[in-house]
Design a protein around this ligand. Sequence first.
Ligand code: NAD
Length: 295
Amino acid sequence: MKIAFIGLGNMGGPMAINLIKAGHSVKAFDLSQDSLAKVQADGGQVAASAQEAVQGAEAVVTMLPASQHVEGLFLGSGNLLASIAKGTLVIDSSTIAAATSQKVAKAAEAAGIDFIDAPVSGGTGGAIAGTLTFMVGGSDAALERARPLLEKMGKNIFHAGGVGAGQTAKICNNMLLGILMIGTSEAIALGVANGLDPKVLSEIMRRSSGGNWALEVYNPYPGVQEASAATRGYTGGFGTDLMLKDLGLAQENAMTVKASTPLGGMARAIYAAHSIAGHGGEDFASIIKMLRKLA
Ligand code: NAD
């Protein structure tokens, strides 16, 4: 299949590479030349613009930071929808507001283009391994069209409901993840302050009732897990500012539906303080720096 892939960052890059490995022809566009170079080295073609990338594409995949990037790309000054052929499938895997997905989907439908929101969970490790979880919002027919591509990038594919439902599932999950990472960091910091070995304590909690995804594959304490962002100086994972965005989306949504999300609100405030202190570009597991006594 001929695929246009736009947004080749920490997640989009390895996702595009998995599509290439599966035998698809991928034409990539990103504002960053470094990101494009990585995909090119793995057999992808590089386009000079998003408009050029979508020429002749049967499917378009986008993996951009936030709502304004997705809305700007499809509906803004570049008006990418106008360059996409009728009948094309668009899969947006960015984590954005459900309302933005619905706005873009409505414009896509008017242009005869199938659109699904398909945000992911599983981190950069899952993107590289092709084991992501996709949370899809859209019609059954559009999901079935997308499924063969999603299966090359992920292991679990859930149909959450109509357009925007994937985004709603995603912000519920990430609100929980944000809270869990703070809780995990607090617990490890407390143990270390008492002289416990962070590796031993992490293993005890991982196999006990406190076990969670952070302890399994994303330990926030440097050196506990070789492949974790913490061990490589909190680089290249899921940025603090992206987590802050997701917690903001959860709070906006909670206000709309009058839900009570006190820990989600507190987690947003804690990541905001961490971002203001200069850690916005670091992986979100660096939140432990706020809680851990530095040597
Ligand atoms: P990233 O910042 O590493 O990558 C985003 C890429 O988009 C960058 O390379 C940037 O140059 C590019 N970009 C921005 N605007 C563009 C435009 N108009 N045209 C072309 N390229 C453009 O971010 P990421 O970590 O890959 O995350 C992408 C999305 O996936 C976010 O919505 C994030 O919340 C979500 N997500 C991330 C993770 C993770 O672990 N990193 C996990 C699940 C979901």
